[in-house]
Each structure stands twice: as C-alpha cells, then as structure tokens.
Design a protein around this ligand. Structure first.
Ligand code: UD1
Length: 379
C-alpha cells in the first residue's frame, strides 16, 4: 500500500485534537492515506474509550499498550514500541499533537529515522521547565519539520528558538473545531450531575441572569496534586468556595490516587462538592458550557472555557496559552487560597471576564492543516 501519514495519540487531551484532524486529512476529493497509532499512555475506559466512541475516532491501527510509568520508562517504552511501527508502515510523515510524553517520544523516533515530523499545537511556552510538558514542547518543536500554531505568541517563541519561519503555520485551534462540532449535542448539565450518586444533593437550578449555579473543578498537575500539603490546602479552599457555589469535581486518576494515599478522599465527601470519576467528552463539555465558573490547572480547559465564554480561574502561576488571558475568559490566580477566594468572590459579585474568541478559533483549523499538508504530502 502507499505509504501513509502516521497520526499519533497517547493521552486524553490528544483525542479531541485528533478527532478534528483525521476527517480533514481524509476528506475527499483528495484524501491522504492515514494510519492511527495509540501509544496507550492513557488506557482506562474513562480516559480513552469514552472519547474514541463519542468523538467518532476510529479504532487505532496499532495500540502500543505502554501504560503508566516514570517519565523515563514511559517515554522509552513508547520509543521502543513505536520504532517497529515506523518500519512496518514506512510513513511519509508522522503527525503528533500537544505536549504529552507520547508526543515527544514518537517525534524523536520519527526524526531519527529521517521521517518528517508534523507538530500540531506548536510553540506554546509556559517558561516553566519544571513542567514535564514544557520539556516535551521545546524538544518536539526543535525536531519538527511542520509546526502548526494556535496563537500568534507561538511564532515569537519559535523564531527565538531558531525555527525557520517557513516551517511555521498559524492555523487556529483544532480542539476548538471539535468543541464547536459537538456543542449542539451536549446533554443538560443537570442530567449529567444527577447521574452520579450524591448528585441530587447539589442544588443546580440556574439562578436568574446566570448560567448554571455550580462550578467545575479539575486538578491533575503534579505541582498541585503530588504534594499532600499543597493538595490539602487546595481542597480546604475548594470547600470554602463550595459554601457559595456547589462544585462538581471529576477526579483524574492521578489526583484520586494522591487523595487516597494522603487520606483526603473521605474528607472530600462534602455536602457541596460532588466528586466523580473522569467524565467522557460530552458530559464534561456539558458541565463546562453551563457552569458559572471553572477552576482548573488543565491547559485544554483554559482554551475550552475561552471558546465557551465561561469564566476560568487557572490555579497555576503561569500559562502556555496567554491568549486565553489577554483575549479570553481566563485569569491566572495561582494556588494561594486567599487569591483564589478573592477571584471567586469577584466573579460571584460582578460576573467574570466576558472575553472574545481568539483569532482563527473558528472551527476550521483542521481544514487549514489538511490543505497545507495535502499540497506537500498529497499524491
Ligand atoms: C498526562 C500528560 C499531561 C496531560 C494529562 C491529561 C504527560 C507528561 N502528561 O498526565 O500533560 O495534561 O495527561 O490527562 O504526558 N492513570 C490511570 N489510567 C489511565 C492513565 C493514567 O489510572 O488511563 C494513572 C496512572 O496511575 C498514572 C497516572 O494516572 O501513573 C498519571 O498518568 P500519566 O499518563 O503518567 O500522566 P497524567 O498525569 O495523566
């Protein structure tokens, strides 16, 4: 068969991006032959299957089944298992998205084998090298041949790092392509909340002039959840927030594990906080779109809330996605409880930032990528 373009996913935030890219590449009249590889970095049904099914992503042609491990073990295992895949398919290029360990591992293997690397969501920088994702971003961009960006600041970073400008293409945000496609089909937030045991104790009827009378919380960054003192301080703060606004808190496996180990899981059974397992894409999008505010340390959720016009408080000191702050609804509040509580109080009394949609977050980003790639890699 003709050599395909090999597309790689590994972890949850990759799936919604690839869900937009695959159909665009395969769009007639000039479809590119593609093959999908899942590294298996995220493997739980809640972290994988729900996304594949709901987003209509085809079963991967190869699942490397790497699972969890230290960064070195996970990255090395992906590399070892990805090399024979390249040998088998002899791809015309390898396309990676985002900044997870799978992104860097597969880019590195491809680049060493002389296969062109395409990086979607290039050039984002937090300038915080203690984040594993920052290392993944910098290194992937250095070895990528095609760099597709979501915001203009990315170009300054890439050019400063010596990437030739002709490799860089500003195309917009593929994750927002998927959000716009799926949004009309999301269920009512009340129905999602009521699905979970304890959901009926959350008073969620929307108050006049507001969206939902609840907030959504997500936490999974190692800096926030891997140190029991930091995590406990944040949980105490969330309990205080929940006195004013009930909170829905889907627990990432990393966070659930840390809470369990630190004995914090029980304490979290609190009247106005509903913890749930990781949610599927549609349920999460439903909750986010109808929330009064969102508290998060996720990168993707900063972008999704900006696209939805929902106020977002990011519990970090930096963001690699500054357009969500300068143009969107995002505010960086750090992790000091006093700052978080003040920011929540402000939103409760004045409403949050309204923001506007960043340039090219228009649902057409994957189409732009496909047009450029088909010109080069097409028949
Ligand atoms: C990874 C990404 C992070 C991304 C996040 C989204 C890296 C370095 N980090 O972090 O950028 O924001 O995904 O979710 O790539 N686990 C399960 N089931 C799963 C997957 C993980 O139980 O399906 C548990 C394992 O115990 C594992 C832990 O969660 O050790 C962390 O998983 P890992 O893939 O190492 O990193 P994430 O924290 O998920």
């Amino acid at each position: 068969m003709t050599s395909p373009l090999l597309c790689v996913v590994g972890a949850r935030p990759n799936f919604m991006k690839m869900a937009a890219i695959l159909p665009a590449l395969q769009q007639p009249p000039t479809p590119l032959p593609v093959r999908l590889v899942h590294t298996g970095q995220h493997y739980d049904a809640a972290m994988k299957e729900a996304f594949f099914q709901q987003l209509g992503i085809p079963e991967p042609d190869d699942d490397l089944g790497v699972g969890s491990g230290s960064h070195a073990v996970q990255t090395a295992t992906i590399m070892q298992r990805f090399e024979p895949i390249i040998d088998r398919w002899q791809p015309r290029a390898v396309l990676v998205v985002g900044d997870v360990n799978s992104t860097l591992a597969c880019a590195l293997v491809a680049s060493k084998k002389g296969v062109p690397v395409i990086h979607v969501e290039a050039g984002l920088r937090s300038f915080d090298r203690s984040m594993p994702e920052e290392i993944n971003r910098i290194l992937t961009d250095q070895i990528a041949d095609w760099l597709f960006t979501t915001e203009r600041t990315a170009h300054e970073h890439l050019q400063r790092e010596g990437i030739p400008p002709e490799r860089i293409h500003f195309v917009g945000n593929v994750m927002i392509d998927t959000l716009r496609r799926m949004l009309p089909q999301v269920p009512q937030a009340a129905a999602v909340i009521r699905k979970w045991p304890g959901g009926d104790r959350i008073p969620i009827s929307p108050s006049p002039g507001r969206k939902g009378a609840y907030g959504v919380v997500t936490l999974h960054r190692p800096s926030n959840v891997d140190h029991p003192e930091n995590l406990e301080q944040l949980l105490i703060c969330l309990r205080e927030v929940s006195q004013q606004l009930p909170l829905i808190f889907p627990l990432h496996p990393r966070t659930a594990q840390q809470m369990q180990t630190a004995g914090l899981l029980k304490q979290q059974h609190h009247q106005h906080i509903l913890t749930t397992p990781p949610l599927g894409y549609m349920d999460m999008l439903s909750l986010l779109s109808q929330a009064h505010l969102v508290l998060t340390d996720s990168g993707g959720i900063q972008e999704e809330t900006t696209a939805l016009g929902v106020p977002c408080l990011t519990l970090r000191d930096n963001t690699e996605r500054p357009v969500t702050v300068t143009q969107g609804t995002n505010t960086l509040v750090g992790t000091q409880p006093a700052h978080i509580l003040a920011a929540v109080a402000k939103i409760m009394s004045e409403g949050g930032k309204r923001g506007r949609l960043p340039e090219l977050w228009d649902g057409q980003a994957a189409g732009r990528i496909a047009t450029i790639l088909k010109k080069h890699f097409g028949p």
